[in-house]
Design a binder for this molecule. Structure first.
Ligand code: API
Length: 287
């Protein structure tokens, strides 16, 4: 089967984007994984599949697959690439869209200056929604605030790691570190990703607070390893930082691949994510 695709990135988080609005594209997990493989395939952190909506009042649906072939709920950088893609392909003439993902509806907007802002919805802090198993955590009752640092023992790590647990539709465990450049992202990130308290695994964030309106962030992503930027990870880190009294909205997030901006007014207010989206090349591939 011949597949046309567009290669894109958002602050270095890279994507294969496929237009499935006219012809359905439904591959097996091993086929998605092959497409995303950096040697045997095109190479990408995630694959985004653009489909017609299945919910009244929505303009599109889009599916998200990590490069391990697994389908996931949300992708912040992907949402910006999605908007640029449907605009450039003439699939819409709207600048404000409502888009279904596996877990909720997001509202991306193409700004007059060409930048893209995405209403990522409100953060979810209830352990059951993450999902996060909080059983037996000393002094922390079920359903209490998961954004306060919770102790999780990662096998092999010499110390207990304290993470804030936030869902943006997809799960995040964020910790504060002195310096992201020296943080053990590869080693500890891999351990947290598969920690037993996260039955659906988790994205592991490492946040350095520069000042109350600026953080540096590295994310070891579930199903993809460390990426150059993680949009939902930036949202989760800012939510955790604001709730812990470390940050004030808006917050500039400096990721290894570029800059993102996050705004959140707290509570059930939506988290707004702004940042770049770039088209790199078009291609076609046999799968
Ligand atoms: N690895 C994530 C999905 C991609 C999120 C990230 N690329 C973003 O920009 O939000 C997960 O398994 O939940």
């Amino acid at each position: 089967m011949k597949l046309t695709f567009t290669k894109m990135h958002g602050a270095g988080n890279d994507f294969i984007v496929i237009d499935a609005t006219r012809t359905p594209v439904d591959l097996r997990p091993d086929q998605w994984q092959r497409l995303a493989d950096r040697r045997f395939g095109i190479g990408a952190d995630q694959i985004l599949v653009v489909q017609p909506p299945s919910t009244e009042g929505c303009d599109f649906r889009y599916r998200i697959f990590n490069n391990d072939g697994g389908e996931v709920e949300q992708c912040g950088n992907g949402a910006r690439a999605f908007v640029k893609f449907v605009t450039e392909k003439g699939l819409t003439d709207k600048t404000s869209l409502r888009v279904e993902t596996m877990k909720g509806i997001i509202a991306p907007r193409l700004e007059a200056d060409g930048s893209i802002t995405v209403d990522m919805g409100a953060p979810r802090l209830d352990p059951a929604e993450v999902p996060f198993d909080s059983a037996g955590l000393a002094g922390w009752a079920e359903g209490e605030d998961t954004t306060w640092p919770l102790p999780i023992k990662v096998a092999g790590a010499s110390k207990t790691v304290f993470v804030s647990v936030v869902s943006m539709g997809n799960p995040h465990a964020v910790q504060v570190v002195e310096n992201v450049d020296t943080a053990p992202v590869a080693e500890t990130g891999a351990l947290i990703e598969r920690h037993v308290r996260f039955p659906a695994r988790v994205n592991a964030g490492f946040m350095q607070v520069v000042d109350r309106h600026h953080i540096r962030l590295r994310v070891y992503e579930r199903g993809a390893g460390e990426t150059l930027a993680c949009g939902t990870g930036a949202c989760a880190a800012v939510v955790a930082g604001i709730r812990r009294g470390l940050l004030d909205s808006p917050v500039r997030v400096s990721a290894p691949g570029g800059e993102l901006s996050i705004a959140w007014d707290g509570g059930a207010q939506p988290v707004l994510l702004s940042g770049p989206a770039v088209t790199v090349f078009e291609g076609e591939v046999e799968i």
